[in-house]
Design a protein around this ligand. Sequence first.
Ligand code: IPE
Ligand code: IPE
Ligand code: MG
Length: 253
Amino acid sequence: MDELQKKIDSLDRNRIPVHVAMIMDGNGRWAQKKGFARSEGHAEGISTVHRVTKLSSDLGVKYLTLYAFSTENWNRPPEEVATLMYLIGWAIERELPELLRNNVRIHLLGDIDRIPQEARERLFYAREATAHCTGLQLNMCLSYSSRWEITEAARVLARKAAAGEIDPESISEEVFASSLTTAGIPDPDLLIRTGGEERISNYLLWQIAYSELYFTPVLWPDFSDAEYVDAIIDYQNRERRYGKTSEQVRNNE
Ligand code: IPE
Ligand code: IPE
Ligand code: MG
């Protein structure tokens, strides 16, 4: 039996994270280390997206949320932004048959109106074409930032309150969460960031309140299936206390 299969077999099948979020970082450095243009790293990163999607499906993860392009990434050199937008449109079209075969539903999070038309249309097409799928939900964060999302939600609620449609007193954590783009999606259990930086970079700030964080120095194009399983094994060895004591958790109080 190969090493990967051994690792997969060692997983506790009853404690597979329901929702895994990832910050796919390190494409540029991967390319630069090899003497390539940064865009080569982005292109190579697509094969990691393909693999983690397949493995998430196979392991029974229900939601996989990938940070593909942040609001702040619009500030990169225009040529890099254009290449990324091209690759996003190209990849979603190329991957669609395999996504359908694996019963994966595409969901889009972020200010999608800012995505150039060609890529946007391909994303919308893939979302519609996979709308009936009942397996893994793949949330693609594009032109996404958490502060953008939270500000939008606040604006929507304020508008409703000003119009007398809701009572400000009725705004609970649940109501607020249901105004975010992630409405209806459970919070991430595990957040993985590749590429060595130990920061959140404006990602899912509200939703990761109690997520387990996993940082790895491995650059995104090199992030292997075995390393993904290692992250899940690490997650399964943690005790999620949600503010309680360890004893309370062990006694299921
Ligand atoms: C992540 O890789 C992909 C995006 C942010 C779009 P980077 O492009 O940030 O790679 P590094 O961090 O410069 O190596
Ligand atoms: C975070 O990576 C955004 C994505 C992976 C899409 P960045 O490379 O943009 O993050 P910083 O700038 O190093 O914090
Ligand atoms: Mg980066």
